[in-house]
Design a protein around this ligand. Structure first.
Ligand code: AMP
Length: 417
């Protein structure tokens, strides 16, 4: 039996309606905030991700779909959107006209352990604002993400926020963290032992139970913040309050990617069954320069579309049909019915041509397709230039059918749908 690749699924029916709804809302809000859409390739040279995300992150060290193409180049299916966008900003010379605000959505791939809300092919939507560094921009970006979630009907989440400070803060904090964690080295997971040397901040992100216990008592970044970084963070917080965004400071929020500096944030459901992060992001100071672009700062976020879909109720996404079924009773009426179908389409009326099987079968299909009206053309109708209109799912039998002339069909449908 064929089946989709593990952790990947077909999106159709209710799911695809939810997906389209989410994207439409997000794009609408993004445009209000001045973002334009960018669609980067799903494949990039592997180095694009290694450079941006960092080779000690879970994504790069374990989760990327990487292969050699036929030319022997190492290629990777994008695991996230930011790196490709930074590459595009440089290769498309957008650095000439910074700041730039770009919004994206589409498939991402991570070789993760599939479970509810976690897939190997999933979808993200995200925004990147590059070439503008100020607490105002940070606050506006977080407010944008919150407005996107709210516009989709998602209110039950909290905004967690933290700062990683500037490069000096990160360096000082990393030293303090290593000093503390080294005392517990024997109890750390193998991954964390390795990261103690290569990338200690990542240990705060560990999902290992013992690692997490050890981290609970670790030093916090706020104790190491330079005066400027602290002022920056306090300003972001006060602007968020001014904007009406409720937030909670969480000093352990470092997020899984290497590129963050200063503000980081995440959106987490507060009640209900599903509590994993809906999305998150942060500021990055050195990302564009990693691609030999200008040394400018940016801020962005990504939201997981499948996670939002989990929170939307299926029954609000049932198909809304305004469809009409065109039904010839026998083959003799096929051509006349076909002409009728053409007239309906030219008048922008949704219609189905049901010509297979018995009349009972055709009406059954019309029901399944949720057609509101069936236009039945039999021998008499054919001769008289009329159509029998059947109101589908009509309880009152006196209202079930009506004979009208063909010339009146379009008007009749427009008045009755
Ligand atoms: P990240 O790029 O890791 O910061 O993830 C941002 C958001 O993307 C997360 O909060 C999730 O909503 C979503 N996400 C990340 N990984 C997956 C996955 N494997 N499956 C589904 N959604 C994901």
């Amino acid at each position: 039996m064929f089946r989709p690749v593990r952790g990947m699924k077909d999106l159709y029916g209710t799911d695809i309606r939810k997906y389209n709804y989410i994207i439409n809302k997000a794009v609408q809000i993004g445009e209000k905030y001045g973002y334009s859409i960018i669609n980067t390739p799903i494949l990039e040279y592997t180095d694009v991700f290694v450079r941006a995300i960092g080779d000690e992150t879970d994504i790069v060290s374990k989760e990327m779909y990487t292969f050699l193409d036929k030319g022997g180049e190492s290629i990777t299916l994008r695991p996230e959107g930011t790196a490709g966008i930074m590459r595009a900003i440089v290769t498309e010379s957008m650095t000439q006209s910074l700041p730039v605000k770009l919004m994206y959505y589409g498939e991402m791939f991570r070789y993760d352990r599939p479970q509810k809300g976690r897939y190997r092919q999933f979808h993200q939507l995200g925004c990147e604002h590059v070439g503008d560094k100020s607490p105002y921009t940070d606050a506006i970006t977080i407010a944008l993400a919150v407005e996107i979630l709210n516009s989709i009907g998602i209110f039950d989440f909290k905004v967690l926020i933290n700062t990683l400070g500037d490069t000096k803060t990160r360096e000082d904090y990393t030293k303090g963290l290593v000093k503390y964690l080294s005392r517990h080295e024997g109890d750390l997971s193998e991954d964390s032992k390795r990261r103690l040397v290569k990338n200690p901040l990542r240990i705060l992100d560990s999902k290992d139970k013992k690692d997490r216990e050890i981290c609970l008592m670790s030093p916090v970044i706020t104790d190491y913040l330079s005066k400027e970084s602290l002022t920056y963070f306090e300003k972001v917080c006060s602007l968020l309050s001014k904007f009406g965004v409720n937030y909670e400071v969480n000093n352990f929020l470092v997020r899984g990617l290497d590129y963050y500096t200063h503000t980081t944030f995440e959106f987490k459901p507060v009640s209900g069954e599903y509590r994993e992060a809906l999305g998150g992001g942060g500021r990055y100071d050195n990302l564009l320069s990693a691609f030999k672009g200008a040394d400018v700062s940016g801020i962005g976020f990504a939201i997981g579309i499948e996670r939002l879909m989990l929170l939307l109720e299926d029954n609000k996404f049932l198909p809304v049909s305004k469809k009409v079924a065109v039904i010839p009773v026998s083959e003799n009426e096929n051509d006349t019915s076909f002409d009728l179908l053409k007239t309906l389409y030219s008048c922008e009326i949704e219609a189905e041509f049901l010509h297979m099987g018995t009349i009972t079968k055709k009406l059954k299909v019309a029901n399944r397709l949720q057609c509101k009206l069936a236009l039945i053309v039999g021998e008499t109708e054919f001769k008289n230039g009329t159509v029998t209109v059947k109101f589908m799912n009509q309880e009152d039998s006196s209202l079930k059918t009506k004979l009208i002339t063909r010339d009146d069909v379009v008007n009749f449908i427009k008045c009755n749908l």
